[in-house]
Ligand binder design. Structure first.
Ligand code: S3P
Length: 429
């Protein structure tokens, strides 16, 4: 536990940052590299705590994975070479590791037990367990298998035609992973499109997969072939510096090689609507994912309405968008974001509590929040709720605060952005 006291820093932010690799893409690169035949090199891999849980899970199942600079070298020997782990798999705080691994473990021919930290143990797993059971999975666990710890007796699965009842890329991915191991063709339909990194990367690893609008089909029991993956900068991490540059007067920050996959760029659409001064340059496609550089300058912002299909495209950015909204003229309303209630913490409650303690005018609703700008951030003492994105939001709030901002514990930041303060200090003048 490390308490953090941040003094206001009214100076403009200036400089260039290359944020760490995308968390979602890093997890998937480890998973597919471990299942594939051949050596996969993952460049610009995010070595945050969550992705390391996925690495350790595969190492426990006998896969040789090693670090080489900012790359990961995975010596894949194919699915059949995975070994039954001789100890329970620990998923820590990582929702992505747990949901994706459960999908996979359900179809592997051995037994596993898995558990997580207190936050992960509260999060719903029935959203993946239910469709997997429909495919024949044998899963048991706390609260009838809806919470960790879980035990999985891997078995031969049957394909399924499944319409997602929740807007969740983790659930979609879990069913696709199970589909990869199942007999027949598995179809997953989404009512609202969520991030599509699983589909993109399965194509890169030569899976038999097609996407048509919001429907994905995968043919099971086909070997994956190793490939090299470059992990773009995580737009969810870049979001903290995009916001900082937008709200600290006279700032100009360049963010290099940020992932610009359209299923993730909702925050850029919102910023444009708010009137932000932002430019995208050097756009290109690398391994099925768009990347580019973002230049953000301070400007006056307007409040906006954020609801409907855009929500999954910015779900992880809502805490920092809420801070932006406190500095925008007028009212910002965020709706249809009930998924925030089951993140690392209840992010509707946490964001509202933290920002109002710091001086903002913000109210929680069932599925979002209402924020009235412009409010003075006065400072104060807040909890990060053990949630990396809440802790980083608090740190960015301190830049425009009148007095100190004290955060009870900043250690969660290592989940997704181990060098966050180094990067922040590099642009503070
Ligand atoms: C993720 C999907 C999202 C997101 C999470 C990462 C992924 O969760 O919030 O940080 O990598 O698939 P849900 O699928 O629960 O919406």
């Amino acid at each position: 536990m490390s308490k953090l006291v941040l003094s206001p820093s009214p100076n403009p932010l200036k400089g260039t940052i290359e944020v760490p690799g995308d968390k979602s893409i890093s997890h998937r690169a480890v998973i597919f590299g471990s299942l594939a035949e051949g050596v996969t090199k993952v460049t610009h891999f995010l070595d945050g705590e969550d992705c390391m849980r996925t690495v350790h899970a595969f190492q426990t199942m006998g896969v040789n994975i090693k670090r080489e600079g900012d790359s990961l070298i995975i010596d894949g020997k194919g699915i059949a070479a995975l070994e039954e782990p001789d100890q329970p798999l620990y998923f820590g705080n990582s929702g992505t590791t747990s949901r994706l691994m459960i999908g996979l473990l359900a179809g592997l021919p051995f037994f596993t037990a898995s558990w997580g930290d207190p936050s992960l143990s509260k999060r719903p797993m029935d959203r993946v367990v239910n469709p997997l059971r429909d495919m024949g999975a044998i899963i048991d666990g706390r609260e009838k298998g809806s919470k960790l710890p879980l035990s999985i007796r891997g078995t031969r699965l049957q394909s399924i035609d499944y319409t997602l009842p929740v807007k969740s890329a983790q659930v979609k991915s879990a069913v696709l992973f199970a589909g990869l191991l199942a007999d027949g063709v598995t179809k997953v339909r989404e009512l609202t499109q969520t991030r599509n990194h699983t589909e993109n990367m399965l194509k890169a690893f030569q899976a038999d997969i097609t996407t048509d609008g919001n429907t994905t089909e995968i043919t099971g029991r086909k070997a994956l072939k190793a490939t090299n993956i470059y992990v773009p900068g995580d737009i969810s991490s870049a979001a903290f510096f995009i916001a900082a540059a937008a709200i600290v007067p006279e700032s100009q920050v360049v963010l290099k090689n940020v992932g610009l996959n359209g299923t993730r760029t909702g925050i850029l659409d919102v910023l444009k609507k708010m009137g932000a001064d932002m430019e995208v340059s050097n756009q290109k496609e690398v391994g099925g994912e768009m990347i580019g550089d973002l230049t953000v300058k301070h400007t006056e912002l307007q409040g906006v309405k954020i609801k409907g299909d855009i929500i999954p495209r910015l779900i992880d950015e809502i805490p920092i968008i809420a801070l932006l909204a406190t500095q925008a003229e007028g009212t910002t309303v965020i709706k249809d974001a009930e998924e925030l209630r089951v993140k690392e913490t209840d992010r509707i409650a946490a964001v509202t509590e933290v920002l109002s303690s710091l001086g903002a005018d913000i109210e929680a609703t069932e599925d979002g929040m209402v924020i009235k700008g412009r409010a003075k951030i006065t400072g104060g003492e807040v909890s990060a709720y053990n949630d990396h994105r809440i802790a980083m939001m608090g740190a960015i709030a301190s830049l425009i605060s009148e007095e100190e901002v004290t955060i009870d514990d900043d250690s969660s930041i290592a989940i997704s952005y181990p060098n966050f303060f180094e990067d922040l200090n590099s642009v503070i003048n």
